[in-house]
Ligand binder design. Structure first.
Ligand SMILES: C[S@@+](CC[C@H](N)C(=O)[O-])C[C@H]1O[C@@H](n2cnc3c(N)ncnc32)[C@H](O)[C@@H]1O
Length: 279
């Protein structure tokens, strides 16, 4: 794991409270990478990432799911509409909670979804409350990822599992240059640390889960940043970002940083699934 001091929870919350509208305008309803096979549109690529994780995790129709770091409710609503799931979404941002709830009602799945403003690192759900934990690009923001997975494993029923898409530090050993690149990404994108694939596998196993497929998706997701960069150049979005605060400007000024980190191997992007053994 590569850690970076200088990120606070309140900065992460404020960032999503303020910048969510900006992400919606720049990228769409999902605040996550797209997954490309060929030359699909960015919206299609974002849906493909969700479909990939659904397939990897084997979440059955009608399952009860907690979507950790639910953003504008993109995944939660997809799981409810396309897969009949009952979804509880949690997000640090009150603004996102309201957005997700309103969108779910508009899309006809208000009764199948509920959204809370909650810090996942302190949230408390009863044991065996859900079948599956779903989390796309949220655990990067956690200060103690191991402790979170340990607690969250208790929320799951035996036979259920965990489905994650994650920004990762590249495999160890890390060169000084890798560490510099990852710390710069952590600074620009508000991550207290990035774990490696091996870190996540160990944390999941330590939480009593059986680790399934780990899919390195790096080459199929990097186009996200090329498209975002083109959109920013074409639309002059830097000026717009100024309205959404310093961290939004930093975010769009650093697309090359993350692209370079993926290309150099300092960072990876993967889906990881795990199951909770039946007794
Ligand atoms: C990159 S966005 C991903 C959103 C969503 N999963 C998606 O794919 O559209 C990160 C999300 O994690 C949430 N988040 C960050 N730290 C969190 C925490 N400690 N507890 C709950 N949510 C958190 C943010 O509020 C935001 O919704």
């Amino acid at each position: 794991m590569i850690s970076y001091d200088g990120i606070s929870k309140s900065r992460i919350r404020t960032h999503y409270d303020i910048a969510t509208l900006f992400y919606r305008l720049l990228w769409g309803v999902h605040i996550h990478h797209g997954l490309w096979n060929e030359n699909e549109s960015s919206q299609q690529a974002q849906r493909q990432l969700i479909e990939h994780l659904l397939q990897e995790s084997g979440i059955p129709r009608g399952a009860s799911v907690i979507d950790v770091g639910c953003g504008m409710g993109g995944s939660s609503i997809h799981l409810a509409r396309q897969h009949d799931c009952h979804v509880t979404g949690i997000t640090l941002s009150g603004m996102q909670r309201r957005w997700a709830g309103a969108t779910a009602r508009l899309r006809g799945v208000g009764a199948q979804t509920r959204f809370f403003r909650q810090d996942a690192e302190t949230a408390d759900f009863a044991g065996e409350s859900f079948d599956y934990l779903w989390s796309i690009e949220c655990t990067e923001h956690f200060f103690d990822k191991k402790a979170f997975l340990q607690r969250a494993a208790n929320w799951l029923r035996p036979g259920g599992g965990v489905a994650l898409c994650i920004w990762l530090a590249g495999d160890e050993p890390h060169s000084d240059e890798d560490i510099l690149q990852v710390k710069a990404v952590c600074d620009a994108f508000l991550c207290p640390s990035l774990g490696t694939t091996e870190d996540y596998a160990t944390w999941l196993r330590d939480a009593g889960l059986e680790v399934g497929n780990i899919c390195d998706l790096t080459p199929r997701i990097t186009r996200t940043w090329e498209i975002c960069r083109q959109r920013v150049e074409r639309t002059g979005a830097t000026k717009l970002a100024r309205l959404f605060g310093r961290d939004a400007v930093k975010f769009i000024d650093n697309f090359d940083l993350i692209l370079n980190a993926y290309q150099s191997g300092a960072m990876k992007y993967a889906s990881i699934v795990a199951t909770k053994p039946t007794l």
